[in-house]
Design a protein around this ligand. Structure first.
Ligand code: NAP
Length: 250
């Protein structure tokens, strides 16, 4: 199985949670990793784990809401690790606020990080993937884009935007050798979820048919599949590891 062996992956928000787990699993599969995050210390910790697995890693501080910063990072990554084959656009924030209290800044910041951040990353890596005639663009939507969520109107709207962007890009790139897919995680046990009150986490867990939170690795393995050579016929898909949360009766 070719998997992701010898590939170079660029991951955003890789200093924590799902991004960190994905960096590890990709490295276990033989990929080198550009570990980026707004939090450099977190990125450096992940990069250390990647090198301990025997792969190359480059830790960079990147704020995905800043197009120039993303472009600078992808250029530096290309010089130090080689052309980027796999993009995992994962950086995110989970700020909760009721719509009535939501400021324009709250709304704009959510879109800047999630939807604009994904657009910036796609835009920065695409030219080289087109030249190579091979690439994997993987974005991070959310189950919430399809189920909704209280105090999460801005988050769900931005994540629905990412789903639309992903499917549209998949259509546009269908004959290019580049696949475009998203993961739409259910509720996963990461620092983002743990910042919510314990009662909220307990109540959310009760709504999941499997009655447990997902682990970051549950998403990481889905991403590694989408990134693999073997997933070459998968495009325009939104894969949702969610413990059965879309089922109504169980
Ligand atoms: P996490 O542990 O908080 O990791 C997210 C990382 O992104 C953090 O290191 C965070 O840094 C970083 N980040 C925030 N803003 C950034 C920016 N502007 N530029 C670059 N990096 C930035 O959360 P996670 O749960 O792993 O989330 C990963 C992705 O999965 C997010 O897109 C999230 O919306 C999505 N998701 C998560 C769940 C879930 O249940 N956990 C469900 C559905 C979707 P700071 O910590 O410094 O902010």
């Amino acid at each position: 199985m070719a998997g992701v062996e010898g590939r170079v992956a660029f991951i955003t928000g890789a200093g924590s949670g799902i991004g960190r787990a994905t960096a590890r699993v990709l490295a276990q599969g033989g990929a080198d990793i550009v570990v980026t995050d707004i939090n450099l210390a977190g990125a450096e910790e992940t990069a250390q784990a990647v090198t301990e697995l025997g792969r190359k890693a480059l830790a960079l501080r990147v704020d995905v809401s800043d197009l120039r910063a993303v472009e600078t990072a992808t250029a530096q990554a290309g010089q130090e690790l080689g052309a980027i084959d796999i993009l995992f656009s994962n950086a995110g924030i989970g700020t909760q606020v009721a719509f009535a209290d939501m400021t324009e800044e709250d709304w704009d910041h959510m879109f800047d990080v999630h939807l604009n951040g994904t657009y910036h990353c796609f835009r920065a890596v695409l030219p080289e993937m087109k030249t190579a005639g091979w690439g994997r663009l993987i974005s991070t939507s959310s189950m919430g884009a399809f189920t909704g969520g209280v105090r999460l109107a801005h988050y769900c709207a931005a994540k629905a935007g990412i789903a639309g962007l992903t499917v549209a890009m998949a259509s546009e790139l269908a004959r290019s050798g580049i696949t475009v897919n998203a993961v739409a995680p259910g509720v996963i046990d990461t620092p983002m979820v743990r910042q919510s009150p314990e009662r909220w986490v307990k109540n959310m867990t009760k709504t999941i048919p499997m009655r447990k939170l997902g682990q970051p690795e549950d998403i990481a393995h889905a991403v590694v599949y989408l990134a693999s050579e073997e997933a070459g016929f998968m495009t325009g898909q939104i894969l949702s590891p969610n413990g059965g949360s879309y089922m109504k009766w169980c």
